[in-house]
Design a binder for this molecule. Sequence first.
Ligand SMILES: [Zn+2]
Length: 330
Amino acid sequence: MSRAFAPAILAAMALAGTTLRVAAVPAPDDGAAIRVVATTTQCADLARQVCAGIADFGVDGLMHAGVDPHLWRPTVSDVRQLASADAVVCNGLMLEGRMSDVFPKLARRGTRVVELATAIPMDRLIAEGDGHAAADPHVWMDPAIWSSAAQTLAESLATLRPSRAAELRTNADRFAARCEAVARSIERAVATVPARARLMVTAHDAFRYFGRAFGIEVRGVQGISTESQAGLADMRTLADMLIDRAVPAVFVETSVPDRAVAALIESASLRGHPIRIGGALFSDAMGASGTAEECWDGMMLHNARTIVEALGGDASSIAAAPDARPEATP
Ligand SMILES: [Zn+2]
């Protein structure tokens, strides 16, 4: 990440008129609206689900469909929103790789910063080494983990507005029930994929939690961050795996350029193994505004349907995603 970037952000925060608050104290329960600003589309969706129907909370999201959080740099307007928020909801674990120095500094200025992935116990994370610094940040792909993130967020926001604690918890419980239903639906569909073909190759390593949750081996052509590059040797190894297991398709992602996947397809083709793109998955950014995939349920079900069908399974058990947008729920 760019170490030089954090001071620039903080200077911009000063220009934006940030009030220097000295401690992370709860906002007074005086009825004034609590401004929640979320970084990624996943974080914004979760905040909207947890705050749904509670007028005390207003949620704004900074990133949009198709934006890669690993490479994201906030605009001046984004910085102003972060600096003036009562609560910032972010993923953490270096997902917002160019912003990770900023979150603790916002916290020191008195902003409530909820790092959803960082709050997850280490024994539930996938990590290459010890400690949270080595952990995979793509935690929203595991319904059980994302359900617990909703509980964490509800509890944190409840301390800012204790009079709304019960409603926040009710919303988190409702979301948890949806996570459970989505998980059962995906499990049934994945079970129809031939065991040997349960290998999904995507543009980058965003699906390891999904793979662990549903019994699918996953490989990213790029590594855990889109800032890394796939080597030729890695490409050959992946192509060999696809050929050995007669895997018919690989996947592109809506927020990552397709060139690494295209190179892999070419590598397999040169070995006489035709392989196709099985579809575009929502990895680090969810769908466009107004689509079912702008919500977590719709994104997960779209991904699962695309994966199962491309790998030779039957996705008919996956119902169309319900309209889960908070404004559409009673
Ligand atoms: Zn990623």
